[in-house]
Design a protein around this ligand. Structure first.
Ligand SMILES: [Zn+2]
Length: 1009
């Protein structure tokens, strides 16, 4: 027969848009509108409802950026409407929605006059169904948030919209529609029939009979219907399609577990205060859907978001609690937020699970076992062990599908961490966390699924995401139609738990991926918004100190342990590890707030530390020097306090070559440009810098990523660097036998950097303190240390251990890792000799081996100090910046680890105490076994928790001696629950305990008191 299929497809589209959709409402009627605009920040319903509302009409502009308008909507359901059965009355609202994705624009939520939330009003979910009869009165309040579209369709245009101060005062929306409509359910269902079948035929190969069959059935459906009487012929049309919709799926069709979801970024192109409302809006939509669909399950992560709901929307929270109890609402992830996993420190990443799981268990009595991080920017190789230690079993993300270079070979696999722990992991092959269950997405999931032949199940998270309202009735309708439909994957409404159990059961020997899940994209997130990053690193270490000294005070003197204050500080720090805050990819508002929050955390923790130490040492007029680190420092015991041993022997000398700092271990020559021309390791008798090279070299690069500006550093930046060698001044600032130092000041562009370079007596490290007044735009500042070592690979600290990455670019995987993340230190070495570079607040690095013209190889460590992206915060990183860096010569991995702690946990002097030593609560006799946290138990029993890990990557036996009374000690998981059997060999003998650890093993000990 003649092929007219292209024409028929066009006819189908035209019919849907011109005839079907306009017939969805049998009737509609206008409603009266009153408006009140909240003067500043959002107000509670009780306040809003008491205000005077002025008449308003559609077509009028409303809402300056970030403001809130309340619309009071009243009217009557027309008395002659055939309400009920196949006709559903609903209020339909268009706040002036634009073409941007839901989540990046205005949104609303509907309240009854007595303050009960009905559901949200979203760009693609605009109706509020009402249980009313003909003639009934309608009375609603709509709280409308005029969130500006900061995304601008992701054109990366710098915008003032991300800061209230610069966002402007003109209204940005026009109210387009507020009316009551009578939805014709038969027409609505027919629209869904068309959407699924038309979508499916477009995915099927042209030569397939099934495709032609669907096409002809849709054509016959249009033929039997009367475009002038859609409502009257819709049922006939549906009957035509019934047979084609009833054809079962192929026996071997891919199986999709469709899980309702809404990716709600805890802050991003909006501040956290808006996320609070986004959570209420999305969850209210979900509760409405759950009421109508018994088998629908919605999965939501982030204890923080539930905690916001509990505080601000207690009535919704109780409804969520009921839905969790009946299994319709599934808390997943078990973390406080969907955090970044590259940068949070070990203890902080552990606490994401401790705080998150505690909330879910206490509030809902459920323990999520599925780690849910669909959107974070790469995944640390420490995570499998942390996940297992938290008692979780499964891991899910889809972000690695964003790789620029390499395609991950697996969708379902075992992910192996640095200690060998393996976690059952799934990457949804649909490659989105915002599916609408379209035929295109379902076909993509089936096509891309890499485990074909061995397994056949994948998960599809569906629902408008990024804060855009979640699943809709249309998506559930699509799931019902594709439950078993010839040509489509089989879609099953499901929960994450059901999916993982099914996927695990069908896949006996999944492949293994070992090591980090590096995201070949978004490499700028290790550096953007440096003050946020500094706040995180400093807060993590202050929390360690505060917990250690508060525990010491509680155990020694019975002082009250500040549970609530510590928990509050942790919750703040954990929230800000969210995957758009710590990575620096949020608007100005978010980062300004983060900096203020970190300042409050620092103040509170400083006070806690001081008061705890005064409890322990007694008040007086003396002072005590504390060492919160795991290693003895200047004679002050690890985890204790005492008088440091004064060391002497530092000297400074001016020579023809420049200023030379010496301490017997090291000689550092600083030339007239302020650059290191020689770093001589006197103990090893070895020059550390390659001949003719300069250490402590600042280099400024053009940093103009093609897209995702705050997120990305593109590889081409490397070709445009300028060495900053000009100096304003160089002077000796410290010259004592204890410490010598030089200050170098440079100006470049519109910026200025003050570097204090110091060398202490007895120290094998040079410390560099940088204070930078930064006013560049789209520039990347790096600090370079060329090192005369022949290193094949570099070690970088991660959580509870370290990983090695190649210093070459042999494979596409190595080449794509041109910018990498490290915590407190990196290390490069050759057999017998190595050097560590440590930092106190930065994360981005690149480390490469290069060979000079004479054929000599050297390894260069470059630290990424600052960026200045213009989107989404056009003022990112401007102003005062501070960071410290150190170069530790003659270091193997153990010395690198100690250097990281030294720089991040300097000795602390507390005044106003009696002169007394502070005895450590525990001592450890093997430097490979590192104490990461000392705290009191979460259950407030008073038990002491000590978290340790094996840091060298070796087997280690250590004696742990406690100096306090305890009845026994057990090994627990991160949540401080006894393990069924201890994985470490623990043997106790009085106050001494011997542990044997495997490489990188993480252990939590609970000392019962
Ligand atoms: Zn996200």
């Amino acid at each position: 027969m003649h092929d007219d299929s292209t024409l028929v497809q066009l006819r189908i589209r035209r019919f849907v848009e011109d005839s079907l959709r306009p017939a969805m409402y049998k009737a509609s009627a206008p409603l009266s509108i009153g408006r009140w605009e909240a003067p500043g920040e959002p107000v509670p319903f009780e306040d809003a409802v008491r205000q005077a509302y002025t008449p308003f009409s559609t077509g009028q502009a409303w809402g300056k950026p970030w403001s809130t308008a309340w619309f009071h909507v009243t009217g009557t359901v027309p008395a002659d409407w055939p309400v009920g059965g196949l006709f559903r009355p609903e209020v339909v609202v268009d706040l002036g929605f634009n073409a941007a994705a839901p989540g990046f624009q205005a949104e609303g939520i509907a309240w009854t006059p007595d303050g009960v939330i009905l559901k949200a009003i979203e760009p693609r979910n605009q109706a509020v169904p009402l249980p009313v009869a003909a003639g009934d009165a309608i009375d609603l309040y709509i709280e409308a948030a005029s969130n500006p579209d900061v995304s601008s369709n992701f054109t990366w245009t710098p915008t003032p919209l991300g800061d209230r101060a610069t966002a402007g005062d003109d209204p940005i929306y026009v109210l387009r529609q507020v009316e009551i409509g009578l939805r014709d359910e038969t027409v609505w269902e027919l629209i869904q029939d068309f959407w699924t079948l038309d979508g499916l035929l477009r995915q099927l190969p042209a030569g397939l009979a099934r495709r032609a069959g669907i096409l002809r059935d849709l054509e016959r459906c249009i033929d039997v219907m009367d475009p002038d009487d859609i409502a009257g012929t819709a049922e006939q049309g549906r009957q035509v399609l019934a047979e084609t919709l009833a054809r079962p799926a192929n026996a071997s069709a891919h199986v999709v577990h469709a899980v309702g979801h809404a990716h709600i970024d805890s802050a991003w192109l909006w501040p956290t205060r808006e996320t609070v409302r986004k959570v209420a809006r999305t969850f209210s939509n979900v509760l409405d859907l759950i009421d109508r669909n018994d088998d629908f399950v919605f999965a939501a992560s982030s204890a923080q978001q539930y905690a916001w709901l509990k505080t601000h929307y207690p009535e919704l929270f109780e409804r969520v609690r009921a839905a969790v109890a009946k299994g319709s609402f599934a808390p997943v992830g078990g973390m406080w937020v969907e955090s970044d996993t590259n940068m949070p420190g070990g203890e902080a990443l552990a606490r994401q699970f401790v705080a998150g799981k505690r909330f879910f268990m206490e509030e809902f009595g459920v323990e999520p076992l599925e780690v849910w991080l669909p959107d974070s920017f790469g995944y640390s190789a420490a995570l499998p062990q942390i996940v297992a230690a938290a008692g979780s079993k499964y891991f899910l993300t889809q972000k690695i599908s964003w790789n620029e270079t390499n395609l991950m070979p697996h969708h379902t696999f075992l992910w192996e961490g640095i200690d060998g722990t393996r976690i059952f992991t799934h990457f949804p092959p649909v490659d989105t966390y915002n599916s609408e269950l379209s035929a295109r997405e379902l076909a993509r999931a089936e096509r891309q699924y890499a485990e074909k032949g061995a397994a056949n199940t994948s998960l599809v998270p569906f629902g408008w995401g990024d804060g855009g309202g979640g699943p809709t009735e249309e998506m559930i309708a699509a799931a019902r139609r594709t439950a078993s439909l010839e040509g489509s994957p089989k879609v099953e409404l499901s929960s994450p738990r059901n999916f993982f159990e099914a996927a695990e059961a069908e896949y006996a020997e999944p492949p293994v991926w070992s090591g980090e899940l590096y995201l070949e994209f978004h490499r700028g997130t290790y550096t953007s918004q440096a003050r946020t990053k500094r706040g995180n690193r400093r807060s993590e270490h202050l929390l360690r100190e505060a917990e250690l000294w508060a525990t010491t005070a509680a155990v020694r003197t019975g002082a009250e342990y500040p549970y609530a204050a510590l928990e509050e500080a942790w919750h703040t720090v954990l929230l800000q590890q969210f995957h758009d805050i710590l990575p620096g990819s949020s608007i100005a508002w978010v980062h300004q707030e983060a900096e203020r929050n970190y300042a409050v955390v620092a103040d509170n923790l400083h006070n806690l530390i001081t008061s705890s130490v005064r409890e322990v040492a007694g008040t007086g007029t003396g002072s005590v020097v504390l060492n919160a680190g795991p290693y003895v420092l200047n004679g002050v015991p690890a985890l204790g306090g005492g008088a440091p041993i004064a060391q002497v022997g530092a000297s400074v000398e001016r020579t023809d070559a420049g200023i030379v700092l010496r301490n017997g271990l090291l000689s550092v020559t600083i030339d007239s440009d302020g650059l290191f021309t020689s770093v001589r390791d006197e103990s090893a008798g070895r020059e550390v810098l390659p001949a003719g090279s300069f250490g402590n070299l600042l280099k400024l690069y053009r940093d103009t990523p093609t897209q995702w500006e705050a997120w990305d550093i593109d590889e081409h930046y490397r070709r445009t660097g300028t060495e900053l060698t000009g100096v304003d001044s160089i002077e000796v600032i410290t010259d004592s036998p204890e410490i010598v130092g030089v200050r170098v000041i440079r100006s470049f562009g519109a910026s200025r950097v003050v570097q204090d370079i110091t060398l202490e007596a007895g120290s094998p490290s040079i410390d560099i303190d940088l204070r930078i007044d930064w006013h560049e735009r789209r520039k990347l500042l790096k600090l370079l240390f060329p090192l005369d070592v022949h290193a094949d690979r570099a070690a970088s600290e991660i959580q509870f251990g370290h990983i090695f990455r190649a210093t070459h670019a042999n494979t596409s995987w190595d080449a794509a890792r041109f910018e990498t993340v490290a915590h407190r230190w990196v290390h490069v070495g050759e057999p017998g000799y190595g050097v560590a570079v440590a930092n106190d607040s930065t994360y981005g690095h690149d480390i490469a081996r290069e060979t000079d013209d004479t054929g000599r190889s050297a390894t260069t460590v470059r630290l990424s100090l600052l960026r200045a992206p213009l989107f989404p915060d056009p003022g990112a990183d401007q102003g005062a910046q501070h960071m410290r860096v150190s170069l530790r010569v003659g270091a193997a991995i153990p010395e690198a680890i100690a250097e990281g702690y030294r720089l991040n946990l300097p000795l602390r002097t507390v005044d106003g105490v009696a002169e007394a030593a502070v005895d450590p609560l525990v001592t450890v006799d093997n430097p490979a076994v590192v104490v990461e946290a000392v705290k009191l138990a979460e259950d407030r029993s008073g038990d002491v928790i000590v978290r340790l890990y094996e840091a060298h990557g070796s087997r280690a036996r250590a004696r742990i001696i406690r100096s306090f009374e305890a009845t026994d000690v057990i090994e627990t998981d991160l949540l401080e629950r006894a393990l069924p059997e201890s994985r470490v060999s623990l043997s106790t003998e009085g106050a001494a305990l011997t542990v044997e650890l495997r490489p990188f093993q993480l252990v939590t000990l609970r000392f019962r008191r």
